[in-house]
Structures are given as structure tokens and as C-alpha cells.
Design a protein. Sequence first.
Length: 278
Amino acid sequence: MRTDSTRASSATFAANRAQGAVRFGVHVRDGVTRRGDLHESGSLRVRFPSPEAEGLSGVFVNTAGGIAGGDRFDIDIAAGEGTRLTLTTAAAEKVYRAPGAAAQLSIALKAERGAHLAWLPQETILFDRARIIRRIDIDLAEDASLLLCEIVVFGRAAMGEKMLHGEFVDRWRLRRGGKLVFAETIRLDGDIGAKLARPAIAKGGVAIGTALIVPGNEAVVERIREASETFGGEVGISAWNGFAMARFCAQDAARLRADMMAVLSRASGVALPRLWLN
């Protein structure tokens, strides 16, 4: 039976959860991609560094300093016809221990006809007993293009930290021309450390990643495979349904990040955000 103090503690916890949302679209004006109306709320912000020749870059900043249990963040981006938009984060996002409800992260990306959208956040680092549920929904016009990557690190190996228990749920849905062409949900929970040690899962690796390239075909796959001798971790790539996907697994985040940069540079003519190069 819950006591008054337990209820008060739960109410205090809920009242102190971080929430943030960013919603905006971009359009072409005089041959240059420009931002339209921008909505920001809570602890989530987006900033636009020095303008580029034709495209636009955005950098997300979480002023809460990380993600904790019960936090909620929503991102909704629309790239209008013919635009070029590259998005990243100011730093790696840290997800801390969650004694209660899991954190919720929802990302919606839309690219209209002839648009190119690059979603290239830096790593997401999960601390021990972190809990997060993430949803990524992508809606592309038939001739829009996308370069997307996500890296997840289970504990900071360089700091001697390990993620032993927690919850990580990752739901991806990709549509092209209104048709669902890719759907996947990954769930790791409970004794995550033991599961990552299994040969069929990560073979002891603590960093995993995915790169999604649209459009993608066997020519893209072969171009990336030419760099396979330089990879420090495991990298697998294939193409189907008009897109290519690379999967990464490594013993540490630095090795995986280097592999991801090598793949992205070969997958597209889009330059990596400057923050990736620091």
C-alpha cells in the first residue's frame, strides 16, 4: 500500500522531469535553403551556425545536460521541396540511471520532393541502469534523399564504466512515397551486459551503430566495402528496397565513430558536420 510520502516522492519526481520539443521546416528561397517558423520548448534548442552556400545546418542542444528517467523529448523536422538540410548535436547525449519510468525520445523526419536530409547526431551514451525508449519515423518523397546515422554506447569503456542493467528500445520506421519500406524494433533490457557479451549479439562489444542511406544500391555497398580493411570494428552493409544500410559493432566508441565516419564519407557527397571532426 502506498504511503503519503511515497505518493509525494513520485509527484516530486514527475514534476522535475525534463521536457523539450523542437519543430521547424525549411524551404528554398532564391536558390538557398532557409528556415521557416521554429517552435522550441523546454530544455531542447536548435541553433544554426554560419550559413552555407546552398544548404543549411542545424545543431541541437539539450540544456538539461543529459536525459534521465521520465524525461521526454520530441523533434519534428520537415525539409521542403529541393532543400538541403544537415542536422547534428553539440555533443554526445548522455542517458542517466532511471529509477522509475523510462525516458521517451520521439524523432519525426520528413523530406519532400528533391530534398536532401542528413541526420547525423553524435553518440548516445547509456549509463548503467539507464532506460530509454526511442522512436524514429522517416517519411521521404520518392526522389528525396537521406543520410542518417545513430551510434549507441553502452557505458564509457575509457572511464572504466559498464552498462550492466537497463532498458533500450529503438523503433524505426521508414516510408518512401508513402510506402513502408523498412520497419525494425530493437529491445535490450534486463541484464544488458550479459546479452551484449553473447557472440550472436555483440560479442562483448559496447558500441553499436546504424547508417541508413537513401537511395542506396549495390554500387554504394561496393564503394563502402572498398574501405573494409581500414575498419577497426565489425561493419556489415547491404542494400534492398532502394536503400542501403550499414551496421556497426565495436569494442569502444572511438573505434566505431572512426568506422562510421569512413562509411559516411564514402556513402554521400555531404560533408560531415564540423563538430564530428573536433
